[in-house]
Design a protein around this ligand. Structure first.
Ligand code: ADP
Ligand code: GLC
Length: 481
């Protein structure tokens, strides 16, 4: 039985800020169910310790001069053994894994996540004094990149896999921080972790991993070119042979409209008539005018430029002049929050904005909306459009990253051959977004066709099984040289 150490900075339902948590909270459990011996490693944030039953003590150790503890628990709702790095750098802090209560990055994030990396590397090379040593170390995003680089200081070392969920965050720190971290001086090199006179944690994964993956085939292509590669395209092209795009799956138990405890009324492709009960419940909850005379648009996500707010805001008045309603749930940059809130206050019957992180409402919008807006500027995979497909809430997306891989535009041909699942536009241009929205709204009034597209969407299978098999193959197949 292969042993896998899966390391991430967040995992649902213990702690979540975005899609990384959804992946780290579901893929390792599926791999365990498929027969691997898996440990999930993440920091023991204060919020995590507050939500779990008292953990066990797995080990007390000293990592690079720092005393710490590994606590053991199981990921709620699963049998996945989860190890928590217990140290005051994580435990004594309220709020977000990355940001303080004022929304600023913790000033010692480099030290915090390097400690996670040093522990992961120590476990991976058998220096943590545990009787469990992995065959594969799988790290995710910048927070865990140096763990992969550090395993190269040892022989033997396990196979290493690094998954890029987003290149937008590279974990960049200045030379003084690099010196404080006491990483080997060789790492300060353009062929190692140096990037334009800073240290880049993500390069620890990109340069040193045996296999690099990213979360959709299309994003794997995009990051090998500019602008998608964000300055790392040269390195990624060099490593192209070792780079694979594997589409994220979804937790089909958590995101299932037929069983979802958050819904006013559960439904399936066979009882789509019941979906409208969720629309009415959502309208009532958000104070929108109630009724089913016009489509309800939903948007759930981080309110940041990545998610296409620069495409929505310039045409928001035109959007609200269509026969639609709009429900937004998210948190993010304060100027977006304020602009959205002001438009909602001026249009209380047609637009509602909730500036919060709210799992229950996220499910309510997925079920209650007719159309899900996701016009991202870039999107490595995107999970919300996958949830929307499953909920028969047709996604309207830009043809970028994983969105292009997962949504099929409704046009005469795809409507005729039964492959249409949503609405897709090409360029990052507000006028194109508006045109796609007009097409979507027009189709909504043709309820017979709309139902058909909903059924096409709900028939798609984005459960983890297929993608988990691809990861498993990567873990065990001969390495490319
Ligand atoms: P990203 O990881 O770039 O934020 P994804 O689409 O991959 O985008 O994943 C976002 C995840 O976070 C989804 O599960 C989504 O439902 C959730 N989410 C984002 N914002 C909120 C919010 N304000 N309230 C509840 N869930 C949210
Ligand atoms: C990142 C990406 C998102 C992806 C998620 C999980 O946050 O922005 O597109 O779905 O990671 O892989």
């Amino acid at each position: 039985m292969e042993r896998l150490l899966f390391v991430a900075s967040e995992a649902y339902p213990l702690i979540k800020t975005g899609g990384l948590a959804d992946v780290a909270g579901s893929l390792p459990e599926v791999l365990r169910q498929q027969g691997m011996d898996v440990r999930l490693l993440l920091p023991a944030y204060q919020q995590v310790l507050e939500t779990i039953a008292p953990p066990t003590l797995v080990a007390e150790l000293d990592v690079h001069g720092t005393p710490l503890r590994i606590l053991g628990t199981t990921l709620p709702g699963t049998a996945l053994q989860t190890w928590l790095l217990d140290h005051p750098l994580f435990t004594g802090r309220p709020g977000n894994p990355y940001l303080d209560t004022h929304g600023q990055p913790w000033p010692d994030n480099a030290e915090r996540f390097l400690l996670l990396c040093r522990l992961a590397a120590a476990i991976a090379v058998g220096e943590a004094g545990l009787d469990w040593i992995p065959d594969i170390l799988h790290c995710n995003d910048w927070h865990t990149g140096p763990a992969i680089a550090l395993t190269h200081l040892h022989h033997p070392r396990p196979r290493t896999v690094f998954t890029v969920h987003s290149l937008a965050h590279m974990g960049l720190f200045d030379r003084a921080t690099f010196e404080r971290l006491q990483l080997p001086e060789d790492f300060w090199h353009e062929d190692a972790m140096e990037f334009y006179n800073q240290v880049s944690f993500i390069k620890g994964g990109l340069v040193y991993a045996d296999c690099i993956t990213t979360v959709s085939p299309n994003y794997a292509r995009e990051i090998c070119e500019s602008p998608g590669g964000m300055g790392l395209e040269g390195l990624l092209r060099q490593r192209r042979k070792h780079l694979t795009g594997i589409l994220n799956g979804i937790d089909s138990a958590v995101w299932n409209p037929a069983m979802d405890p958050h819904l006013a009324k559960r439904y399936s492709a066979r009882s789509l008539g019941d979906k409208v009960r969720n629309k009415r419940a959502l309208q009532a909850r958000l104070g929108l005018a109630e009724g089913n005379e016009r489509p309800l648009l939903g948007l759930v996500g981080r309110l940041v430029a990545q998610k296409g707010l620069e495409l929505i805001l310039p045409v928001l008045d035109e959007i609200l002049a269509l026969p639609v309603q709009l429900a937004v749930l998210g948190t993010g940059e304060s100027h977006y929050e304020q602009l959205l809130q002001a438009r909602a206050a001026a249009n209380p019957d047609t637009m509602a904005v909730v500036l919060a992180y709210d799992e229950n409402l996220a499910h309510g919008i997925e079920a209650g909306a007719d159309i899900f807006l996701m016009p991202s500027l870039f999107e490595p995979c995107g999970l919300n459009q996958l949830y929307s497909l499953r909920y028969g809430t047709l996604p309207l997306v830009r043809a970028v990253g994983g969105l292009a891989d997962t949504v099929v535009d409704s046009n005469p041909q795809t409507l005729a051959d039964g492959t249409a699942t949503g609405f897709v536009f090409e360029q990052p241009d507000a006028a194109e977004l508006l045109a796609a929205l007009r097409r979507a709204t027009a189709l909504w009034y043709d309820q017979k066709q709309w139902r058909q597209v909903q059924r096409n969407a709900m028939r798609q299978d984005f459960s983890w099984q297929h993608s988990a098999n691809l990861y498993h193959q990567l873990y065990i197949s001969p390495l490319k040289t």
